[in-house]
Design a protein around this ligand. Structure first.
Ligand SMILES: [Zn+2]
Length: 214
């Protein structure tokens, strides 16, 4: 499944920079560009709003002041922001993106991207927030767009080198198989992970049924 994200009417896109966290109750389109960085998109199914972080490194060294440049700070910070705006943890779901090995891995080591992803999975598990979808970028940077009103996320590679992009859905069961199929079909094209919805989202304009955009 590949298609371009919709052009929403009169809705500015907020650019999230590395080391930032954003969430508000008002609907937003948030975009960010990821290489080895990871972005966690949270969405509240009940209150229908969301937020995103964008962190550069997994763990804050003890010598550094707390900063949302680090995943072990940025993920709790996003969760706490959602909770302060009324969310309950059990209503939250996560989509995780990025973690590309764009930097050559340290000799014999694991790439920063990979370590960022591991941290995200571990931290979300600790917070008991399910990861419903994700796309891991392989060795490519990606552009991400999240609609916080409906929770949809679009992904496209910065450079289309075809099969180099490896997509993995961190979801279980049929959802995982669906995403795998999309990846094998869609290659390096844009991709959306939709939520069931028969009315157009007022923010991004998309309609999805059974997880497939229509
Ligand atoms: Zn939307």
């Amino acid at each position: 499944m590949s298609y371009a994200p919709p052009a929403p009417p009169d809705r500015p896109t907020l650019r999230l920079l590395p080391g930032q966290v954003f969430c508000e109750r008002e609907p937003h389109l948030i975009s960010t560009i990821l290489g080895s960085c990871v972005a966690v998109c949270l969405w509240d199914r009940r209150l229908r709003f969301g937020g995103m972080n964008h962190f550069l490194l997994p763990i804050r060294p003890s010598t550094e002041a707390p900063s949302v440049r680090f995943g072990d700070v940025a993920i709790p910070a996003l969760v706490e922001s959602m909770v302060s705006l009324g969310s309950q943890i059990e209503d939250l779901q996560a989509k995780v993106f990025g973690g590309a090995s764009v930097l050559v891995a340290e000799a014999g080591g694991v790439s920063i991207g990979r370590r960022n992803l591991r941290l995200a999975v571990r931290e979300l598990r600790r917070q008991r927030i399910p990861i419903v979808a994700g796309r891991l970028a392989g060795d490519q940077g990606i552009v991400l767009l999240q609609c916080t009103a409906c929770g949809d996320v679009w992904v496209r590679p910065i450079v289309s080198t075809g099969a180099a992009a490896v997509a993995v859905a961190a979801a279980a069961g049929p959802r995982r198989r669906l995403l795998r199929r999309r990846v094998s079909r869609g290659g390096a094209s844009g991709e959306s992970v939709g939520n069931n919805r028969s009315e157009p989202c007022p923010t991004c304009g998309t309609v999805t049924r059974n997880g497939e955009p229509s």
